[in-house]
Design a protein around this ligand. Sequence first.
Ligand SMILES: NC(=O)C1=CN([C@@H]2O[C@H](COP(=O)(O)OP(=O)(O)OC[C@H]3O[C@@H](n4cnc5c(N)ncnc54)[C@H](OP(=O)(O)O)[C@@H]3O)[C@@H](O)[C@H]2O)C=CC1
Ligand SMILES: O=C(O)C1=N[C@H](C(=O)O)C[C@H](O)C1
Length: 252
Amino acid sequence: MSKKLPVAVLGATGRMGSEAVKAVEAAPDLELVAALGRTGSLQTLVSAGAQYVVDLTVPDSTEANVRFAVEHGMHAVVGTTGWDAGRLQRLEELLAEHPETGVLIAPNFALGSVLASAFAAKAAPYFESVEIVELHHPDKVDAPSGTAARTAELIAAARSDAGTGPSPDATTTELPGARGADVSGVRVHSVRLRGLVAHQEVLLGGPGEQLTIRHDSYDRASFMPGVLLGLREVAAHPGLTVGLDGYLNLNA
Ligand SMILES: NC(=O)C1=CN([C@@H]2O[C@H](COP(=O)(O)OP(=O)(O)OC[C@H]3O[C@@H](n4cnc5c(N)ncnc54)[C@H](OP(=O)(O)O)[C@@H]3O)[C@@H](O)[C@H]2O)C=CC1
Ligand SMILES: O=C(O)C1=N[C@H](C(=O)O)C[C@H](O)C1
């Protein structure tokens, strides 16, 4: 059997990180060499011989973590939110100096979610109106979700490519927030409710009809096949990949 891939998990004490630790430990081709919580030192990654890093921390720390990994020749699989255009631009510049290193930024590791976003982008040019409702557990620190932001961007790009106009909206008076956040011209509404894990609906409306594309993660186990796929594929995809769909052949 070929050598196991040495993996470090950052955010290992968290909801996602603790699940990722178990998934890596259970994978026959991966070896967990480090598992860090908030207080762990990144130097541990070097002394432990990590070549692959999974980042499941917080928006405030993820950029520095990934930077450290790339500067030390480690591939990174990143699920943490907060990767705006400026951060992605800086990461691409860094990766240009490390052309053999791969980074995957995956707003959502669940296969069903990745497919739902792709289906929504495919459908979006054919409907007059589109809005997104994302629903999560109330311990989530960011809104809207990274998945919703990514879905909105994919939808906006598909509508722009097809020459579809903006969703109609006659609102002239509103309480702040009543119409949700505007992400690339798509309204995104965030629900936070005890009992939920991670859920999203894309609502597409045309005259006399509605198409709803919904995905539900009921358990964080749903994200683990995507994390493992990311680890197994990231070295074969040097540079920056945004979205697990970059490793899937969705057009086949
Ligand atoms: N891509 C995907 O499919 C998914 C992505 N996510 C995203 O993953 C991230 C983590 O989510 P979740 O596990 O629910 O969050 P948690 O709050 O449960 O876990 C966060 C982890 O980050 C650590 N941490 C906190 N602050 C810092 C810091 N300043 N520096 C380094 N580490 C820190 C925490 O350590 P400590 O315990 O010591 O505080 C903990 O281990 C979020 O951005 C979330 O949106 C979540 C689910 C799926
Ligand atoms: O914080 C979470 O829980 C999740 N975060 C990611 C996001 O913001 O999209 C992925 C998933 O929705 C769960």
